[in-house]
Design a protein around this ligand. Sequence first.
Ligand code: FNR
Length: 335
Amino acid sequence: MPLDYKNKVILAPMVRIGTLPTRLLALKHGADIVYSEEIIDHRFIHCKRYVNDALGTIDFQLDTDSRPLFRTCATETDRVVLQLGTSDGKRALQAAKLVENVVAGIDVNMGCPKDYSTKGGMGSALLTNPEKIKEILTTLVNGLSIPVTCKIRILPELDKTLELVRLIESTGVAALAVHGRYRHERPRHPVHSDVIKIITETVKIPVIANGGSGEIKCYDDIENFRSLTNASSVMVARSAQYNCSVFRKEGPLPVEDVIKEYLKIAIQYDNHYINCKFCVLEMMHDIQETKAGRMVRSALSLHEICNAFGLGDYYTKMRTKPIKNGIQTNSDPEE
Ligand code: FNR
């Protein structure tokens, strides 16, 4: 069954946050679909695919890198969407083909306003290049057996935005994610829920509303954003970055508990400590000035991060378990 984007709550693509442990944690707490961080097709097409028996993962890694660009496992195969940064349909397809059998969908980032994306014609640079959008999306839709989506920002003129979403719909994409902000707007600016609503009335494909984290503290807030925008689905970024249990219908868990869960998954899947440190510090954003916060900030290994949360012995126990087979990639400097 192809991935269905209707009536879903979704973990948004987030660079450095949306790696395997965060995605698995979001699924555990009720997210229906999880997007990877954006991966640039230029780099991805040079990756080799490794079956990592020791971890039970499939890894995509460059010869020159010490850690995978994308790591995935069976738990998420039918619910993970890989987001590509691209400015070319053929190259995007070449990248997507590498993962076609291990992910549930491919998304194209058309919203990133950062210079490094737009200078290469990627991200939000695409919003004003309809021919390019058409070329990229039709190439992917025609060339892949899994659904394709894209994630846009809105344009300053409503009629141009509606023209854009009609064009996107005509390419055959399965759904459209809309971050309801203009290119120049920052997260602190209010989200334009009214524009998302008009988009939902303009296209027939499921619209995934995004940009509501300012008002999202719990599952009910996700539902409120869904009603406000009339969208089929909602995609959450910052609120999940700070506390991934925001997807829980029963209400979010204390962030310390969520960090511990995160660390256990990170140990299980040998996530690189630098990435773990970044994610944990984001979760601790308002409690960094604590003893644990200082320990994480100065940590030089996953073991040291675990020590800050009383998981040092757990780390040691898990790491001394026999490895079944295959080569365990372990990037901790202490080992
Ligand atoms: C993002 N965002 C983002 N968007 C995208 O399409 N690809 C990406 O890789 C990233 N990376 C990223 C990293 C981090 C740390 C943040 C906070 C955000 C944007 C994100 O998906 C979303 O569109 C915005 O954050 C607005 O949604 P929220 O935060 O209001 O739910």
